[in-house]
Design a protein around this ligand. Structure first.
Ligand SMILES: [Zn+2]
Length: 239
């Protein structure tokens, strides 16, 4: 089953004989008019002469797949959290879009803290799963949220009922973020972006750096919420 935007575009390219970049460019151009991803895909697919019904994505299946990966190996999921946290802070081109990170946090809060089984023997690199999760999440937010040229406008009208809470939370946090506010990922307090260190508020940052060695910061918990390590050298988070 196709679960990510990239795989869907790849399939369209394959089935139509067009190059992948050509398909991606056409969909992108159409989306820049303010249409959602699947809407644009539908239009382009029809132009090409394929059946739009065969090029759909199901957000519920996307969430199931992401949760399956996150549940598989708890310590790996923690590593992934740290990587994604660094990516959302990054100014680089491959920075993780904040909505996708907010969706990640929502899913993370849905999985049990304790490992369900001992570490598996799998040798699959964390990198591979991380890339997969990023693609799943960016696809997910493009489907469950309503987008305009200026970013997220709300919850998509065709967002499945069970995913409305996730979409709503992603929308709310993205709006705050655009307004210069950040939800501390440790205590949940809303603070100004200038008052954050990495992804946590000043207070949590002080608490963490005082109490915990770096490694433990990734695995310890405050009541209710997980605590993440501050990224790298802990420079103030500025955006
Ligand atoms: Zn905090």
């Amino acid at each position: 089953m196709i679960l990510t935007a990239r795989d869907l575009l790849r399939k369209i390219a394959q089935d139509s004989g067009l190059d992948y970049p050509e398909v991606a460019k056409r969909v992108n151009r159409d989306m820049s008019k303010g249409r959602g991803f699947l809407q644009s895909v539908g239009i382009i697919v029809e132009q090409i002469g394929l059946n739009p019904e065969q090029y759909r994505l199901n957000p519920v299946s996307i969430v199931d797949e992401a949760l399956r990966i996150l549940r598989r190996d708890y310590s790996q999921t923690l590593m992934m959290s740290a990587v994604l946290a660094r990516m959302v802070e990054s100014d680089a081109k491959d920075a993780l879009p904040p909505p996708a990170f907010f969706a990640f946090l929502e899913l993370l809060s849905a999985i049990p803290d304790a490992p369900q089984h001992n570490k598996s023997e799998r040798s699959v690199a964390v990198d591979e799963d991380t890339t997969r999760v990023i693609e799943l999440l960016t696809t997910l937010v493009s489907l469950v949220c309503e987008w305009s040229k200026d970013g997220i406008r709300g919850v998509a009208t065709d967002c499945p009922e069970s995913l409305v809470p996730i979409a709503r939370s992603v929308f709310r946090k993205t709006k705050l973020y655009q307004g210069g506010l950040w939800t501390c990922i440790s205590c949940g307090r809303i603070v100004g972006i200038k008052e954050t260190h990495a992804l946590v508020c000043d207070e949590c940052d002080v608490k963490m750096s005082r109490v915990l060695p770096v490694v433990d910061r990734l695995t310890s918990k405050e009541p209710e919420r997980r605590v993440y390590g501050r990224a790298d050298h802990g420079e103030p988070f500025k955006r």
